[in-house]
Design a protein around this ligand. Structure first.
Ligand SMILES: [Zn+2]
Length: 220
């Protein structure tokens, strides 16, 4: 039986390790019953995803699943590539905030800007970049396009001047406690993703991986 579409399979020679391979007659994909290498097993993607969300780093995932760190990186990139940002429904309220992290070296600060829906607390959009208007604009544009009723941000004066030019006054709010949910989410993120932990030597070595990990954490 085909593990992808459950149709009938026929013999398809053997693998380099001598195990029989099968080929599906309808979707034409091949598979094997016995896998010698852990990395080839079909359940490995799910395990990588759940370990990543539980605060394991790349190397610890590799050690637990007995696959190499390079394979873990490759798997994460492949999983993230298949994920898409969700469609946003019109006329909702949002909270928006920034999270500071480092990429490549501890002196290179990058900001994760993201927005959550106030009622479901689901992340709707995020972006990574320097602390500038153009980084914030990517997220605010999504919110404006989805006809946001209200967007809550924090009160810091530098952000206020940032947001003022990006969000129309009628939908922008800096109400006290308006960003409670997203600030709690920041703490959860820092506990669940190893690369976002504070005061450690763990941090992202490149932007592609940081983006891939966030895609998996937010949208899978
Ligand atoms: Zn099939």
């Amino acid at each position: 039986m085909c593990p992808y579409c459950f149709s009938h399979c026929i013999n398809h020679g053997s693998s380099s390790s001598g195990n029989k391979r099968y080929r599906c007659k309808s979707c034409k994909r091949t598979h094997s019953k016995v896998y010698t290498l852990n990395a080839c097993k079909q359940s490995i993607a799910e395990k990588v995803t759940s370990l990543l969300k539980e605060g394991c780093g790349i190397r610890s995932i590799g050690r637990i699943l007995r696959i190499s760190a390079v394979t873990v990186l490759r798997k994460i990139k492949a999983i993230a590539k298949q994920l898409k940002k969700p469609l946003i429904s019109f006329g909702k309220e949002y909270e928006m905030d920034e999270l500071c992290t480092f990429v490549k070296r501890k002196s290179r600060k990058r900001w994760i800007v993201y927005a959550i829906r106030k009622d479901t607390k689901q992340v709707v959009d995020f972006t990574i970049g320097s602390r500038t208007n153009s980084t914030l604009k990517k997220v605010t544009d999504t919110l404006i396009l989805s006809k946001a009723v209200k967007v809550f941000t924090d009160k810091l004066p530098n952000y206020r001047s940032f947001y003022r030019s990006l969000l129309p006054n009628s939908i922008h709010s800096t109400k006290y406690r308006g960003t409670n949910h997203i600030e709690r989410k920041n703490l959860t993120l820092r506990t669940h993703l190893k690369r976002l932990s504070r005061r450690t030597i763990c941090f992202s070595k490149n932007m592609v991986m940081l983006h891939a990990c966030l895609m998996i954490y937010f949208f899978s």
